[in-house]
Ligand binder design. Structure first.
Ligand SMILES: C[S@@+](CC[C@H](N)C(=O)[O-])C[C@H]1O[C@@H](n2cnc3c(N)ncnc32)[C@H](O)[C@@H]1O
Length: 499
Protein backbone atom coordinates (compact mmCIF):
# COMPACT_ATOMS: atom_id res chain seq x y z
CA UNK A 1 0.00 0.00 0.00
CA UNK A 2 1.86 3.00 -1.21
CA UNK A 3 -0.64 5.81 -0.90
CA UNK A 4 -0.33 6.59 2.77
CA UNK A 5 0.93 10.12 2.04
CA UNK A 6 -2.41 11.04 0.52
CA UNK A 7 -5.09 11.84 3.07
CA UNK A 8 -7.98 9.46 2.53
CA UNK A 9 -10.43 12.32 3.20
CA UNK A 10 -9.91 13.16 -0.48
CA UNK A 11 -12.43 10.41 -1.12
CA UNK A 12 -16.06 11.28 -0.47
CA UNK A 13 -18.70 8.63 0.21
CA UNK A 14 -20.08 9.26 -3.26
CA UNK A 15 -16.65 8.79 -4.84
CA UNK A 16 -16.29 5.49 -3.04
CA UNK A 17 -19.73 4.31 -4.14
CA UNK A 18 -18.91 5.29 -7.70
CA UNK A 19 -15.56 3.49 -7.62
CA UNK A 20 -17.23 0.41 -6.18
CA UNK A 21 -19.85 0.29 -8.92
CA UNK A 22 -17.28 0.93 -11.63
CA UNK A 23 -14.90 -1.81 -10.50
CA UNK A 24 -17.75 -4.29 -10.03
CA UNK A 25 -19.16 -3.55 -13.49
CA UNK A 26 -15.79 -3.92 -15.23
CA UNK A 27 -14.11 -6.75 -13.33
CA UNK A 28 -16.83 -8.41 -11.28
CA UNK A 29 -14.77 -7.75 -8.15
CA UNK A 30 -16.99 -6.76 -5.25
CA UNK A 31 -15.90 -4.83 -2.19
CA UNK A 32 -17.87 -5.15 1.01
CA UNK A 33 -17.55 -2.70 3.88
CA UNK A 34 -14.53 -4.42 5.36
CA UNK A 35 -12.43 -4.11 2.22
CA UNK A 36 -13.53 -0.69 1.05
CA UNK A 37 -10.28 0.75 2.35
CA UNK A 38 -8.39 -1.43 -0.18
CA UNK A 39 -10.47 0.00 -3.00
CA UNK A 40 -9.89 3.51 -1.72
CA UNK A 41 -6.14 2.99 -1.42
CA UNK A 42 -6.02 1.41 -4.88
CA UNK A 43 -7.77 4.39 -6.43
CA UNK A 44 -5.56 6.87 -4.60
CA UNK A 45 -2.49 4.97 -5.77
CA UNK A 46 -3.78 4.96 -9.36
CA UNK A 47 -4.77 8.63 -9.27
CA UNK A 48 -1.34 9.58 -8.03
CA UNK A 49 0.51 7.30 -10.42
CA UNK A 50 -1.37 8.64 -13.45
CA UNK A 51 -0.86 12.26 -12.39
CA UNK A 52 -4.38 13.11 -11.25
CA UNK A 53 -3.15 13.94 -7.75
CA UNK A 54 -0.25 16.36 -7.55
CA UNK A 55 1.03 18.88 -5.04
CA UNK A 56 -2.36 20.51 -4.85
CA UNK A 57 -5.01 18.07 -3.77
CA UNK A 58 -8.76 18.27 -4.07
CA UNK A 59 -11.85 16.12 -4.40
CA UNK A 60 -12.05 17.09 -8.08
CA UNK A 61 -8.89 15.12 -8.75
CA UNK A 62 -10.48 11.90 -7.58
CA UNK A 63 -13.53 12.65 -9.69
CA UNK A 64 -11.28 13.21 -12.72
CA UNK A 65 -9.49 9.93 -12.09
CA UNK A 66 -12.82 8.11 -11.87
CA UNK A 67 -13.94 9.84 -15.09
CA UNK A 68 -10.79 8.58 -16.77
CA UNK A 69 -11.44 5.04 -15.55
CA UNK A 70 -14.97 5.25 -16.84
CA UNK A 71 -13.95 6.29 -20.33
CA UNK A 72 -10.97 3.91 -20.64
CA UNK A 73 -11.26 0.31 -21.77
CA UNK A 74 -10.76 -2.23 -19.00
CA UNK A 75 -7.79 -3.63 -20.90
CA UNK A 76 -5.76 -0.42 -20.59
CA UNK A 77 -2.88 0.94 -18.46
CA UNK A 78 -5.08 2.96 -16.10
CA UNK A 79 -7.12 -0.13 -15.26
CA UNK A 80 -4.06 -2.40 -15.16
CA UNK A 81 -2.58 -0.42 -12.29
CA UNK A 82 -5.80 -0.52 -10.29
CA UNK A 83 -6.40 -4.23 -10.98
CA UNK A 84 -2.90 -5.09 -9.76
CA UNK A 85 -3.73 -3.36 -6.53
CA UNK A 86 -7.14 -4.96 -6.06
CA UNK A 87 -6.60 -8.60 -7.04
CA UNK A 88 -5.09 -11.21 -4.75
CA UNK A 89 -2.61 -13.33 -6.73
CA UNK A 90 -2.00 -15.89 -3.97
CA UNK A 91 -1.25 -19.34 -5.42
CA UNK A 92 1.25 -22.21 -5.29
CA UNK A 93 2.20 -25.41 -7.09
CA UNK A 94 0.11 -28.55 -6.50
CA UNK A 95 -2.42 -26.55 -4.51
CA UNK A 96 -5.07 -28.69 -2.84
CA UNK A 97 -3.79 -32.22 -2.34
CA UNK A 98 -7.21 -33.82 -2.82
CA UNK A 99 -7.84 -32.12 -6.14
CA UNK A 100 -4.32 -32.95 -7.30
CA UNK A 101 -4.96 -36.58 -6.42
CA UNK A 102 -8.21 -36.54 -8.40
CA UNK A 103 -6.45 -35.02 -11.39
CA UNK A 104 -3.48 -37.36 -11.28
CA UNK A 105 -5.33 -40.60 -10.66
CA UNK A 106 -8.71 -40.11 -12.33
CA UNK A 107 -9.48 -37.08 -14.43
CA UNK A 108 -6.33 -36.73 -16.54
CA UNK A 109 -5.92 -40.49 -17.11
CA UNK A 110 -9.57 -40.67 -18.19
CA UNK A 111 -9.16 -37.75 -20.59
CA UNK A 112 -5.98 -39.27 -21.98
CA UNK A 113 -7.77 -42.57 -22.54
CA UNK A 114 -10.68 -40.83 -24.24
CA UNK A 115 -8.35 -38.94 -26.58
CA UNK A 116 -6.10 -41.77 -27.70
CA UNK A 117 -7.42 -41.38 -31.23
CA UNK A 118 -6.94 -37.63 -31.80
CA UNK A 119 -4.15 -37.23 -29.21
CA UNK A 120 -5.38 -33.74 -28.38
CA UNK A 121 -6.20 -32.20 -25.01
CA UNK A 122 -7.57 -28.75 -24.35
CA UNK A 123 -7.26 -27.33 -20.86
CA UNK A 124 -7.82 -23.89 -19.36
CA UNK A 125 -6.56 -22.46 -16.08
CA UNK A 126 -8.90 -19.46 -15.63
CA UNK A 127 -7.62 -16.94 -13.08
CA UNK A 128 -4.14 -18.46 -13.23
CA UNK A 129 -2.38 -15.70 -11.30
CA UNK A 130 1.42 -16.21 -11.46
CA UNK A 131 1.14 -19.53 -13.31
CA UNK A 132 1.72 -22.20 -10.66
CA UNK A 133 -1.64 -23.88 -11.35
CA UNK A 134 -1.14 -24.12 -15.12
CA UNK A 135 2.44 -25.35 -14.77
CA UNK A 136 1.26 -27.93 -12.23
CA UNK A 137 -1.09 -29.28 -14.93
CA UNK A 138 1.76 -29.29 -17.44
CA UNK A 139 3.95 -31.26 -15.02
CA UNK A 140 1.16 -33.76 -14.34
CA UNK A 141 0.67 -34.29 -18.07
CA UNK A 142 4.39 -34.69 -18.57
CA UNK A 143 4.37 -37.42 -15.93
CA UNK A 144 1.29 -39.16 -17.32
CA UNK A 145 2.19 -39.06 -21.03
CA UNK A 146 5.37 -40.95 -21.90
CA UNK A 147 4.83 -39.99 -25.56
CA UNK A 148 3.94 -36.39 -24.81
CA UNK A 149 5.73 -35.11 -27.94
CA UNK A 150 3.12 -36.92 -30.06
CA UNK A 151 0.25 -35.10 -28.36
CA UNK A 152 -1.23 -31.74 -29.21
CA UNK A 153 -1.80 -30.14 -25.85
CA UNK A 154 -3.45 -26.76 -25.58
CA UNK A 155 -2.89 -25.44 -22.10
CA UNK A 156 -4.32 -21.94 -21.84
CA UNK A 157 -3.82 -19.85 -18.70
CA UNK A 158 -5.53 -16.48 -18.32
CA UNK A 159 -5.83 -13.72 -15.78
CA UNK A 160 -6.88 -10.12 -15.41
CA UNK A 161 -3.71 -9.09 -13.59
CA UNK A 162 -0.99 -8.40 -16.17
CA UNK A 163 1.81 -8.22 -13.62
CA UNK A 164 0.90 -11.72 -12.46
CA UNK A 165 0.87 -12.87 -16.10
CA UNK A 166 4.34 -11.42 -16.64
CA UNK A 167 5.61 -13.29 -13.60
CA UNK A 168 3.98 -16.45 -14.97
CA UNK A 169 5.72 -16.14 -18.32
CA UNK A 170 9.10 -15.59 -16.67
CA UNK A 171 8.46 -18.74 -14.59
CA UNK A 172 10.90 -18.14 -11.74
CA UNK A 173 9.58 -18.96 -8.31
CA UNK A 174 10.53 -18.61 -4.68
CA UNK A 175 10.47 -21.54 -2.22
CA UNK A 176 7.10 -20.44 -0.86
CA UNK A 177 5.49 -21.41 -4.18
CA UNK A 178 6.65 -24.99 -3.54
CA UNK A 179 5.16 -25.38 -0.09
CA UNK A 180 3.03 -28.31 -1.22
CA UNK A 181 5.43 -29.70 -3.79
CA UNK A 182 7.50 -32.81 -3.29
CA UNK A 183 11.19 -31.96 -3.29
CA UNK A 184 11.88 -34.57 -5.96
CA UNK A 185 9.47 -32.80 -8.32
CA UNK A 186 11.15 -29.47 -7.71
CA UNK A 187 14.50 -31.07 -8.48
CA UNK A 188 13.17 -32.66 -11.67
CA UNK A 189 11.37 -29.70 -13.14
CA UNK A 190 13.17 -26.64 -11.78
CA UNK A 191 16.75 -25.44 -11.63
CA UNK A 192 18.15 -22.87 -9.21
CA UNK A 193 18.21 -19.58 -11.04
CA UNK A 194 21.65 -18.01 -11.18
CA UNK A 195 21.13 -14.28 -10.70
CA UNK A 196 24.57 -13.40 -12.00
CA UNK A 197 24.21 -15.46 -15.17
CA UNK A 198 24.73 -13.47 -18.39
CA UNK A 199 21.41 -11.92 -19.32
CA UNK A 200 19.91 -12.35 -15.84
CA UNK A 201 17.88 -9.22 -15.24
CA UNK A 202 16.24 -9.81 -11.90
CA UNK A 203 19.04 -8.17 -9.93
CA UNK A 204 16.91 -7.38 -6.87
CA UNK A 205 16.00 -11.05 -6.52
CA UNK A 206 19.56 -11.93 -5.56
CA UNK A 207 19.09 -10.25 -2.20
CA UNK A 208 15.62 -11.60 -1.62
CA UNK A 209 16.31 -15.30 -1.57
CA UNK A 210 16.39 -18.32 -3.79
CA UNK A 211 14.67 -18.46 -7.13
CA UNK A 212 13.93 -21.61 -9.11
CA UNK A 213 13.43 -21.53 -12.83
CA UNK A 214 11.05 -23.88 -14.58
CA UNK A 215 12.33 -26.28 -17.21
CA UNK A 216 11.78 -24.57 -20.62
CA UNK A 217 9.99 -27.59 -22.13
CA UNK A 218 7.27 -27.37 -19.46
CA UNK A 219 7.18 -23.60 -19.76
CA UNK A 220 6.49 -23.86 -23.48
CA UNK A 221 3.45 -26.07 -22.86
CA UNK A 222 1.47 -23.15 -21.41
CA UNK A 223 0.12 -20.11 -23.23
CA UNK A 224 -0.62 -17.13 -21.00
CA UNK A 225 -3.10 -14.47 -22.00
CA UNK A 226 -5.15 -11.64 -20.59
CA UNK A 227 -8.82 -12.55 -20.23
CA UNK A 228 -11.43 -10.84 -18.09
CA UNK A 229 -13.88 -13.44 -16.80
CA UNK A 230 -16.48 -10.73 -16.21
CA UNK A 231 -16.68 -10.10 -19.96
CA UNK A 232 -18.40 -12.34 -22.47
CA UNK A 233 -15.39 -13.09 -24.68
CA UNK A 234 -15.71 -16.84 -24.07
CA UNK A 235 -16.41 -19.46 -25.27
CA UNK A 236 -14.69 -18.69 -28.54
CA UNK A 237 -12.45 -20.58 -30.93
CA UNK A 238 -10.43 -17.42 -31.48
CA UNK A 239 -9.11 -17.35 -27.90
CA UNK A 240 -9.01 -21.16 -27.48
CA UNK A 241 -11.80 -21.27 -24.92
CA UNK A 242 -14.10 -23.61 -26.85
CA UNK A 243 -14.41 -27.38 -26.90
CA UNK A 244 -12.38 -27.78 -23.71
CA UNK A 245 -11.76 -30.99 -21.81
CA UNK A 246 -11.00 -29.40 -18.47
CA UNK A 247 -11.30 -26.00 -16.82
CA UNK A 248 -9.67 -25.13 -13.51
CA UNK A 249 -11.05 -21.93 -12.02
CA UNK A 250 -10.05 -22.13 -8.40
CA UNK A 251 -10.14 -19.43 -5.77
CA UNK A 252 -11.35 -16.84 -8.25
CA UNK A 253 -15.15 -16.75 -8.10
CA UNK A 254 -14.93 -16.38 -4.34
CA UNK A 255 -14.19 -12.71 -5.04
CA UNK A 256 -17.17 -12.30 -7.35
CA UNK A 257 -20.81 -11.65 -6.44
CA UNK A 258 -23.26 -14.45 -7.05
CA UNK A 259 -24.82 -13.05 -10.24
CA UNK A 260 -21.42 -12.62 -11.91
CA UNK A 261 -20.40 -16.08 -10.69
CA UNK A 262 -23.51 -17.60 -12.23
CA UNK A 263 -22.75 -16.00 -15.60
CA UNK A 264 -19.15 -17.20 -15.46
CA UNK A 265 -20.20 -20.77 -14.64
CA UNK A 266 -22.83 -20.75 -17.40
CA UNK A 267 -20.16 -19.71 -19.89
CA UNK A 268 -17.77 -22.37 -18.60
CA UNK A 269 -20.48 -24.91 -19.24
CA UNK A 270 -20.62 -23.82 -22.86
CA UNK A 271 -16.82 -23.80 -23.12
CA UNK A 272 -16.60 -27.47 -22.19
CA UNK A 273 -16.87 -30.36 -24.60
CA UNK A 274 -19.46 -32.97 -23.56
CA UNK A 275 -17.93 -35.03 -20.76
CA UNK A 276 -15.57 -32.15 -19.86
CA UNK A 277 -14.63 -31.26 -16.30
CA UNK A 278 -14.80 -28.13 -14.19
CA UNK A 279 -12.80 -27.81 -10.97
CA UNK A 280 -13.39 -24.89 -8.63
CA UNK A 281 -11.81 -24.13 -5.25
CA UNK A 282 -12.67 -26.40 -2.34
CA UNK A 283 -14.60 -23.58 -0.67
CA UNK A 284 -16.46 -22.59 -3.83
CA UNK A 285 -19.01 -25.41 -4.01
CA UNK A 286 -22.58 -24.28 -4.16
CA UNK A 287 -25.79 -26.26 -4.57
CA UNK A 288 -27.44 -23.98 -7.14
CA UNK A 289 -24.81 -22.29 -9.25
CA UNK A 290 -23.59 -25.52 -10.85
CA UNK A 291 -27.02 -27.05 -11.36
CA UNK A 292 -26.27 -27.80 -15.02
CA UNK A 293 -23.29 -29.98 -14.01
CA UNK A 294 -23.05 -33.39 -12.46
CA UNK A 295 -21.31 -33.17 -9.07
CA UNK A 296 -18.79 -35.98 -8.78
CA UNK A 297 -16.79 -37.00 -5.77
CA UNK A 298 -13.30 -38.41 -6.39
CA UNK A 299 -11.65 -39.33 -3.12
CA UNK A 300 -12.19 -36.21 -1.03
CA UNK A 301 -12.37 -33.87 -3.98
CA UNK A 302 -15.59 -32.55 -5.45
CA UNK A 303 -15.53 -31.81 -9.15
CA UNK A 304 -18.10 -31.01 -11.79
CA UNK A 305 -18.69 -32.90 -15.01
CA UNK A 306 -20.66 -31.78 -18.00
CA UNK A 307 -23.06 -34.48 -19.12
CA UNK A 308 -23.31 -35.61 -22.71
CA UNK A 309 -26.90 -36.67 -23.23
CA UNK A 310 -28.25 -36.29 -26.75
CA UNK A 311 -30.65 -33.58 -25.69
CA UNK A 312 -27.89 -31.71 -23.92
CA UNK A 313 -25.60 -32.02 -26.93
CA UNK A 314 -28.27 -30.63 -29.23
CA UNK A 315 -29.01 -27.68 -26.92
CA UNK A 316 -25.30 -27.11 -26.63
CA UNK A 317 -24.80 -26.98 -30.38
CA UNK A 318 -27.70 -24.55 -30.74
CA UNK A 319 -26.35 -22.29 -28.02
CA UNK A 320 -22.84 -22.39 -29.40
CA UNK A 321 -23.83 -21.56 -32.93
CA UNK A 322 -25.95 -18.69 -31.63
CA UNK A 323 -23.24 -17.26 -29.39
CA UNK A 324 -19.93 -17.83 -31.14
CA UNK A 325 -20.66 -18.79 -34.68
CA UNK A 326 -19.04 -21.56 -36.68
CA UNK A 327 -15.96 -23.55 -35.78
CA UNK A 328 -16.67 -25.02 -32.36
CA UNK A 329 -16.31 -28.76 -31.96
CA UNK A 330 -13.70 -29.01 -34.69
CA UNK A 331 -12.31 -32.14 -33.14
CA UNK A 332 -15.37 -34.13 -34.25
CA UNK A 333 -16.53 -36.87 -31.90
CA UNK A 334 -17.22 -35.99 -28.30
CA UNK A 335 -15.21 -37.86 -25.73
CA UNK A 336 -17.36 -40.22 -23.67
CA UNK A 337 -17.72 -39.45 -19.97
CA UNK A 338 -14.75 -41.21 -18.45
CA UNK A 339 -15.59 -44.09 -16.17
CA UNK A 340 -13.57 -43.99 -13.01
CA UNK A 341 -13.31 -45.50 -9.60
CA UNK A 342 -14.19 -44.42 -7.06
CA UNK A 343 -16.86 -42.02 -8.27
CA UNK A 344 -20.01 -41.79 -6.21
CA UNK A 345 -22.85 -39.34 -6.02
CA UNK A 346 -22.06 -37.24 -2.98
CA UNK A 347 -24.01 -37.64 0.20
CA UNK A 348 -25.35 -34.57 1.94
CA UNK A 349 -22.41 -34.43 4.32
CA UNK A 350 -19.89 -34.92 1.50
CA UNK A 351 -21.35 -32.11 -0.50
CA UNK A 352 -21.78 -29.70 2.41
CA UNK A 353 -22.76 -26.51 0.55
CA UNK A 354 -20.88 -23.38 1.43
CA UNK A 355 -22.50 -20.04 0.83
CA UNK A 356 -20.61 -17.89 -1.61
CA UNK A 357 -19.94 -14.35 -0.60
CA UNK A 358 -18.67 -11.64 -2.84
CA UNK A 359 -15.58 -10.61 -0.95
CA UNK A 360 -12.91 -12.06 1.24
CA UNK A 361 -13.48 -10.86 4.78
CA UNK A 362 -10.60 -10.40 7.13
CA UNK A 363 -11.01 -13.06 9.79
CA UNK A 364 -8.83 -11.20 12.21
CA UNK A 365 -11.67 -8.78 12.80
CA UNK A 366 -14.25 -11.52 13.14
CA UNK A 367 -16.07 -12.02 16.43
CA UNK A 368 -15.07 -15.66 16.43
CA UNK A 369 -11.53 -16.67 17.35
CA UNK A 370 -9.41 -19.74 17.69
CA UNK A 371 -9.89 -20.02 21.43
CA UNK A 372 -13.63 -20.18 20.99
CA UNK A 373 -13.21 -22.45 17.97
CA UNK A 374 -11.26 -24.95 19.99
CA UNK A 375 -13.72 -24.65 22.85
CA UNK A 376 -16.79 -25.06 20.65
CA UNK A 377 -19.18 -27.81 21.67
CA UNK A 378 -22.60 -28.97 20.52
CA UNK A 379 -24.31 -26.67 22.98
CA UNK A 380 -22.52 -23.71 21.43
CA UNK A 381 -24.59 -24.11 18.28
CA UNK A 382 -27.38 -22.16 19.88
CA UNK A 383 -25.35 -19.64 21.86
CA UNK A 384 -23.84 -16.65 20.10
CA UNK A 385 -21.07 -15.60 19.84
CA UNK A 386 -19.49 -19.01 20.42
CA UNK A 387 -21.34 -20.84 17.66
CA UNK A 388 -19.33 -21.36 14.47
CA UNK A 389 -22.61 -21.34 12.55
CA UNK A 390 -23.51 -17.93 13.90
CA UNK A 391 -20.13 -16.61 12.92
CA UNK A 392 -20.27 -18.14 9.45
CA UNK A 393 -23.61 -16.50 8.86
CA UNK A 394 -22.07 -13.10 9.02
CA UNK A 395 -18.68 -14.17 7.68
CA UNK A 396 -18.77 -17.38 5.58
CA UNK A 397 -15.02 -17.20 5.04
CA UNK A 398 -14.13 -17.27 8.72
CA UNK A 399 -11.30 -19.75 9.06
CA UNK A 400 -11.68 -19.95 12.81
CA UNK A 401 -15.32 -20.92 12.61
CA UNK A 402 -14.55 -23.57 10.02
CA UNK A 403 -11.90 -24.92 12.40
CA UNK A 404 -14.62 -24.91 15.06
CA UNK A 405 -16.79 -27.07 12.82
CA UNK A 406 -13.86 -29.42 12.25
CA UNK A 407 -13.19 -29.65 15.95
CA UNK A 408 -16.83 -30.36 16.77
CA UNK A 409 -17.17 -32.96 14.04
CA UNK A 410 -14.01 -34.66 15.30
CA UNK A 411 -15.28 -34.60 18.88
CA UNK A 412 -18.49 -36.23 17.66
CA UNK A 413 -16.49 -38.95 15.92
CA UNK A 414 -17.36 -37.67 12.42
CA UNK A 415 -13.79 -37.79 11.29
CA UNK A 416 -14.31 -37.62 7.52
CA UNK A 417 -16.45 -34.55 7.97
CA UNK A 418 -13.86 -33.07 10.34
CA UNK A 419 -11.17 -33.64 7.76
CA UNK A 420 -13.23 -31.88 5.10
CA UNK A 421 -13.83 -28.84 7.33
CA UNK A 422 -10.17 -28.62 8.28
CA UNK A 423 -9.21 -28.84 4.60
CA UNK A 424 -11.71 -26.10 3.79
CA UNK A 425 -10.13 -23.93 6.49
CA UNK A 426 -6.73 -24.52 4.89
CA UNK A 427 -8.07 -23.65 1.47
CA UNK A 428 -9.48 -20.41 2.86
CA UNK A 429 -6.16 -19.49 4.42
CA UNK A 430 -3.25 -21.87 3.81
CA UNK A 431 -1.04 -19.84 6.11
CA UNK A 432 -3.11 -20.36 9.25
CA UNK A 433 -1.08 -22.82 11.27
CA UNK A 434 -3.89 -23.99 13.53
CA UNK A 435 -5.91 -25.41 10.62
CA UNK A 436 -2.96 -27.64 9.73
CA UNK A 437 -2.67 -28.61 13.37
CA UNK A 438 -6.33 -29.62 13.49
CA UNK A 439 -6.01 -31.56 10.25
CA UNK A 440 -3.00 -33.34 11.74
CA UNK A 441 -5.06 -34.38 14.77
CA UNK A 442 -7.84 -35.68 12.52
CA UNK A 443 -5.39 -37.62 10.34
CA UNK A 444 -3.93 -39.10 13.50
CA UNK A 445 -7.39 -40.19 14.66
CA UNK A 446 -8.00 -41.74 11.24
CA UNK A 447 -4.75 -43.68 11.52
CA UNK A 448 -3.22 -41.72 8.63
CA UNK A 449 0.11 -41.30 10.31
CA UNK A 450 2.16 -40.01 7.36
CA UNK A 451 -0.46 -37.37 6.59
CA UNK A 452 -0.69 -36.50 10.30
CA UNK A 453 3.05 -35.90 10.53
CA UNK A 454 2.94 -33.92 7.29
CA UNK A 455 0.15 -31.63 8.56
CA UNK A 456 1.79 -31.12 11.93
CA UNK A 457 5.09 -30.27 10.28
CA UNK A 458 3.30 -27.69 8.15
CA UNK A 459 1.69 -26.25 11.28
CA UNK A 460 5.07 -25.97 12.97
CA UNK A 461 6.68 -24.55 9.86
CA UNK A 462 4.08 -21.79 9.88
CA UNK A 463 4.13 -21.30 13.64
CA UNK A 464 7.01 -22.88 15.56
CA UNK A 465 5.49 -21.66 18.83
CA UNK A 466 2.53 -24.08 18.65
CA UNK A 467 3.31 -26.05 21.78
CA UNK A 468 0.55 -28.61 21.35
CA UNK A 469 1.70 -29.38 17.82
CA UNK A 470 5.19 -30.10 19.18
CA UNK A 471 3.63 -32.37 21.75
CA UNK A 472 1.46 -34.24 19.29
CA UNK A 473 4.17 -34.72 16.70
CA UNK A 474 6.49 -35.91 19.45
CA UNK A 475 3.97 -38.62 20.37
CA UNK A 476 3.56 -39.57 16.71
CA UNK A 477 7.30 -39.87 16.19
CA UNK A 478 7.57 -41.93 19.35
CA UNK A 479 4.91 -44.34 18.06
CA UNK A 480 6.64 -44.68 14.71
CA UNK A 481 10.07 -45.35 16.22
CA UNK A 482 11.61 -41.98 15.39
CA UNK A 483 12.85 -41.48 18.91
CA UNK A 484 15.38 -38.72 18.32
CA UNK A 485 12.79 -36.48 16.61
CA UNK A 486 10.27 -37.36 19.31
CA UNK A 487 12.71 -36.29 22.00
CA UNK A 488 13.52 -33.05 20.21
CA UNK A 489 9.86 -31.97 19.91
CA UNK A 490 9.10 -33.08 23.45
CA UNK A 491 11.96 -30.93 24.72
CA UNK A 492 10.64 -27.93 22.78
CA UNK A 493 7.13 -28.47 24.14
CA UNK A 494 8.46 -28.72 27.69
CA UNK A 495 10.51 -25.59 27.21
CA UNK A 496 7.37 -23.77 26.08
CA UNK A 497 5.58 -25.00 29.18
CA UNK A 498 8.45 -23.61 31.24
CA UNK A 499 9.30 -27.05 32.63
C1 LIG B 1 -6.24 -16.28 -5.53
S1 LIG B 1 -5.75 -16.25 -7.23
C2 LIG B 1 -6.06 -17.93 -7.68
C3 LIG B 1 -4.92 -18.54 -8.45
C4 LIG B 1 -5.09 -20.02 -8.78
N1 LIG B 1 -6.27 -20.25 -9.57
C5 LIG B 1 -5.12 -20.87 -7.53
O1 LIG B 1 -6.18 -21.34 -7.13
O2 LIG B 1 -4.07 -21.04 -6.91
C6 LIG B 1 -7.13 -15.38 -7.95
C7 LIG B 1 -6.80 -14.82 -9.34
O3 LIG B 1 -8.03 -14.49 -9.99
C8 LIG B 1 -7.80 -13.37 -10.81
N2 LIG B 1 -9.08 -12.70 -11.14
C9 LIG B 1 -9.91 -12.04 -10.30
N3 LIG B 1 -10.94 -11.54 -11.00
C10 LIG B 1 -10.76 -11.90 -12.30
C11 LIG B 1 -11.49 -11.68 -13.50
N4 LIG B 1 -12.62 -10.95 -13.51
N5 LIG B 1 -11.00 -12.20 -14.64
C12 LIG B 1 -9.87 -12.91 -14.64
N6 LIG B 1 -9.13 -13.16 -13.55
C13 LIG B 1 -9.57 -12.65 -12.39
C14 LIG B 1 -6.88 -12.52 -9.95
O4 LIG B 1 -6.16 -11.58 -10.71
C15 LIG B 1 -5.98 -13.55 -9.29
O5 LIG B 1 -4.78 -13.72 -9.99
Amino acid sequence: MTSTTVPTTLFSIDDLARACALVAARTGLAFGDRRLHVLEEGCLDGARHHGYIGEMQSHDMIAQYLDALETAETNSPIWDRLIQFLTIPETYFFRDTEQMHALRTSILPALIAAHQADRALRIWSAGCSTGEEAYTLAILLDQLLPDIERWKITLLATDLNKRALHHARVARYRPWSFRQTELSLRHTYFAPYAHDAPGAQDASAAQEGDLYELNPAIRRMVTFAYLNLAEDSYPSTTNFTADLDLILCRNVIIYLPIDVTQRVINRFQRCLAPGGWLIVGASEYHPDIYAQFQLVRIGNAMVYCKGQGEEERRRERDEESRSVGEGIGERGEAAPIPVMEPVVRPTLVDAQPIALIPVRVDCASCSYNMTTALAATDTDVRSEPLSPEACLQHNPRCVYARCGLAKRAADGGHLQEARLFAQQAIELDPLYAESHYLLGLVHDELGELTEAVDSLRKALYLDPSLTLAHYTISALYQRTGRHAEAARHRAIALRHFGA
